[in-house]
Design a protein around this ligand. Structure first.
Ligand code: NAD
Ligand code: UFG
Length: 343
């Protein structure tokens, strides 16, 4: 298949390119590089010997999308789109809601209109466990009510609705993947998560371990969890990448919609994650207990059986691989894609 990957230069997108190319698909990446660089695609080439075609464009640039789809049509068109491109920082979305709604919603709608015009009606969408807000029941199943608590989460739940309505009206085949907490990196250490300032636990821990930051602040140790720190369902980014390609290859043919949690079903606390990282890097990762972070919830763990039953997908990599690969990436790229690659 020829797959258009929006946001394919980013963290999850670049890992998914490797999985797609490895399974023999043709890949075109569209990215405006607002949170990534083409070095990730150079590294994809280094890993799998092929470079995805790359178009630097913004999702909201309709003429650019039109000409991309028209060009692809000359060789059979895109068979499907995997749509990663979005802004994703929760705190920033609270401070800049219009920017988030504009980018994530206007950009997506522009993409979907051009897809419909060109008869490309198959899409895998990056959704998030954040759509569940404060869950009523654990583990969280796909039938849990949708009630996001921040503008970023609203952009995800709104786009889910737009896609379900579009699928119903125009016979699209849509899979919504609600990711829990993707972490880790490709085992080569050539690509990984490269935030300027990390908002999430694992990249923060990795940067502290590499000496880029002095210490991790644990956001509260008085939560109703076994050790008092927040519990999340972390999954290896390579497993997540495989889930996209499974969804693409194993989805029911024709018009259909499917919604899947993508997680492991196992939760680890902040303290457990730091301890695991210390084992991987071989030295202590300094941390202090701080106040709770606004909007946090104590425990988020997926009921992950539906995707296993329907697509045969389940996580193959565990906590040890997650921290090993996160550390390998950070160790080899202490300054991310901007810095030198170490052996
Ligand atoms: P990322 O920032 O590394 O990748 C997103 C990519 O999209 C970037 O390369 C960015 O430059 C691009 N982009 C953003 N807006 C664009 C636009 N208007 N036009 C073109 N390109 C644009 O983020 P990621 O962690 O790889 O996340 C990928 C997707 O998964 C996002 O939709 C995110 O919301 C979702 N998600 C991520 C997580 C997570 O923890 N990383 C969890 C749940 C869901
Ligand atoms: N945490 C710390 N210190 C930090 C960062 C995080 O103690 O410096 C704690 C948090 O309080 C939480 C846990 O580590 O208990 C995980 O926090 P993350 O920010 O890594 O992840 P979240 O689960 O809060 O949110 C992330 C993304 C969301 C996404 C969600 C999916 O930020 O966009 O995962 O479940 F929706």
């Amino acid at each position: 298949m020829h797959i258009l990957v929006t946001g394919g230069a980013g963290y999850i997108g670049s890992h998914t390119c490797i999985e797609l190319l490895g399974r023999g698909h043709r890949v075109t990446v569209l990215d405006n590089l607002c949170n990534s660089s083409t070095v990730s695609l150079d590294r994809v080439q280094q890993i799998c010997g092929q470079r995805p075609a790359f178009v630097e464009a913004d999702l909201r640039d309709r003429p650019a999308l039109e000409s991309l789809f028209a060009e692809a049509a000359k060789t059979g068109g895109f068979d499907a789109v995997i749509h990663f491109a979005a802004l994703k920082a929760v705190g920033e979305s609270v401070a800049q809601p219009l920017r988030y709604y504009e980018n994530n919603i206007s950009g997506s709608i522009c993409l979907f209109e051009v897809m419909e015009k060109h008869g490309c009606r198959r899409l895998i969408f990056s959704s998030s466990a954040t759509v569940y807000g404060l869950p009523e029941k654990l583990p969280i199943s796909e039938s849990e009510s949708i009630k996001p608590t921040n503008p970023y989460g609203h952009t995800k739940s709104m786009m889910e609705q737009v896609l379900l309505d579009t699928a119903a009206a125009h016979a699209w085949n849509v899979t919504l993947l609600r990711y829990f907490n993707p972490v880790g990196a490709h085992p080569s250490g050539l690509i990984g998560e490269d935030p300027e300032f990390p908002n999430n636990l694992m990249p923060f821990v990795a940067q502290v371990a590499a000496g880029r930051r002095p210490k991790v602040t644990i956001f509260g140790d008085d939560w109703p969890t076994p050790d008092g720190t927040g519990v999340r369902d972390y999954l290896h980014v390579c497993d997540l990448a495989a889930a996209h390609v499974d969804a693409l290859e194993k989805a029911a043919p024709g018009a259909a919609t499917a919604i899947y949690n993508v997680g492991t079903g196992t939760g680890y606390s902040v303290k457990q994650m730091i301890a695991a990282f210390e084992s991987a890097c071989g030295h202590p990762v300094p941390s202090v207990i701080g106040p709770r972070r606004d909007g946090d919830v104590p425990t988020v763990v997926a009921e992950a059986s539906l995707i296993r039953q329907r697509l045969g997908w389940e996580a193959k990599l565990g906590l040890q691989e997650m921290v090993r690969d996160a550390w390998n990436w950070q160790r080899r790229n202490p300054m991310g894609f901007k810095g030198a690659l170490l052996d």
